[in-house]
Design a protein around this ligand. Structure first.
Ligand SMILES: Cc1cc2nc3c(=O)[nH]c(=O)nc-3n(C[C@H](O)[C@H](O)[C@H](O)COP(=O)(O)OP(=O)(O)OC[C@H]3O[C@@H](n4cnc5c(N)ncnc54)[C@H](O)[C@@H]3O)c2cc1C
Length: 336
């Protein structure tokens, strides 16, 4: 399906994926409106630690192990993407800390990935997630994108149904709803998505510029020290849960016994994933619906790549080397 510039595009969801796609599409000449009932940043994208970390993810998330090359391609799009948006990329890298046994295991995994068994990973970067989301929104608005605080409930080409009862004339719906809209009403492919609740502690800014990775925890410096994160598969509630965060606290204290976590705040977000760990990007079986959803632990890392792919699909260009791996319809059963 090829779309001409000037058509009206609705984006459902103002997280990292929806906001990046909206900006990219507006720059390509499309008329774009983003719908999201939540306050800006009140989503997983606002909670995230902001790591752009292909190697750490391949090391510590089994679902991402096979996607190192793809994640590196996504990271490499960041400098051009961030330029002009006022998003700073912190490139101090990651330091591995922990018991000798555990560091030995990490070293072996690094070698399995074809990397030296060093205790620093210089190629993993970081951004500040919440300011980055605000910067994307500001840039999108400057390109003429409108933001409306209402949920999308239904879509057929020419008729977008909103939760406040309005029906508006839009030609294309870009579905970037994160863990929302998983009932298949807007796109049947969302049935392949499963939630993973994530809790993260934030406390006053920590020492140094490097992210520290320990056993079961990371310490990400910045405006605050982000200590994360839990992986609670199958859960999509936003309730802080003391038993899960206690495990995080214990892992953080194992690295930094003096860390004062009494005043730490708990932030909760819900990631959404497919079984292969990659998002659904591309045309849905539902007419006029383009999917950009399911980025698991890597929504920030993948945002520029997903935005480029969405723009390519809508322009009728080739969506690039990662299109097959992220194909939106890859989980359909044969014969569907
Ligand atoms: C604790 C934690 C730490 C993380 N750390 C990192 C990290 O360091 N690096 C990284 O790359 N990723 C990280 N992630 C993952 C990352 O946050 C997600 O992959 C990313 O935010 C997904 O972005 P998104 O735009 O798809 O979804 P979201 O940010 O979830 O946004 C979806 C939006 O859609 C809206 N919505 C839902 N339904 C509708 C509807 N019907 N109509 C309109 N709008 C709707 C919601 O209100 C929401 O605002 C982390 C996640 C968590 C929870």
């Amino acid at each position: 399906m090829t779309v001409q510039s000037g058509v009206r595009i609705a984006v459902a969801g103002a997280g990292a994926l929806g906001s990046a796609a909206a900006l990219r599409l507006a720059r390509a000449g499309f008329q774009v409106t983003v719908f999201d009932p939540a306050a800006p940043g009140d989503n997983a994208s606002g909670v995230a630690a902001g790591m752009l970390a292909p190697v750490s993810e391949a090391l510590f998330d089994p679902a991402s192990r096979d996607h190192l090359a793809l994640m590196r391609r996504a990271r490499d799009l960041w400098p051009a993407f961030a330029e002009g948006l006022g998003i700073e990329i912190y490139r101090a890298g990651v330091r591995i800390e922990g018991s000798e046994t555990w560091r030995g295991e990490v070293g072996r995994k690094l070698e399995d990935l074809g990397l030296p068994a060093d205790e620093t990973i210089p190629e993993d970067w970081r951004i500040e997630a919440r300011p980055a989301l605000a910067a994307l929104r500001t840039a999108a608005q400057a390109e003429g994108v409108r933001f409306e605080a209402v949920a999308v409930e239904g879509f057929a080409p020419g008729a977008l149904r909103l939760a406040d009862g309005r029906t508006e004339a839009f030609d294309i719906l870009v579905l970037a709803t994160g863990p929302g809209a998983r009932d298949g009403q807007l796109a049947p492919e969302t049935a392949a998505l499963a939630p993973i609740k994530g809790q993260l502690l934030r406390t006053s800014a920590g020492e140094g510029d490097m992210v520290v990775r320990g056993e079961g925890v990371y310490l990400a410096p910045g405006e605050t020290l982000a200590i994360g994160a839990t992986m609670e598969a199958g859960r999509d509630d936003l309730e802080p849960d003391a038993s899960a965060t206690q495990t995080l606290r214990a892992a953080a204290w194992a690295l930094r016994p003096d860390l004062d976590l009494n005043a730490a705040s708990v932030e909760v977000g819900v990631r959404v994933t497919t079984t292969d760990g990659l998002p659904l990007v591309g045309w849905s079986k539902a007419p006029g619906v383009m999917l950009a959803v399911g980025a698991r632990r890597n929504g920030w890392l993948l945002a520029p790549l997903v935005a480029d792919m969405v723009a390519a699909y809508l322009n009728g260009d080739h969506p690039g080397p990662d299109a097959a791996a992220m194909d939106a319809r890859r989980f359909e059963k044969l014969g569907d």
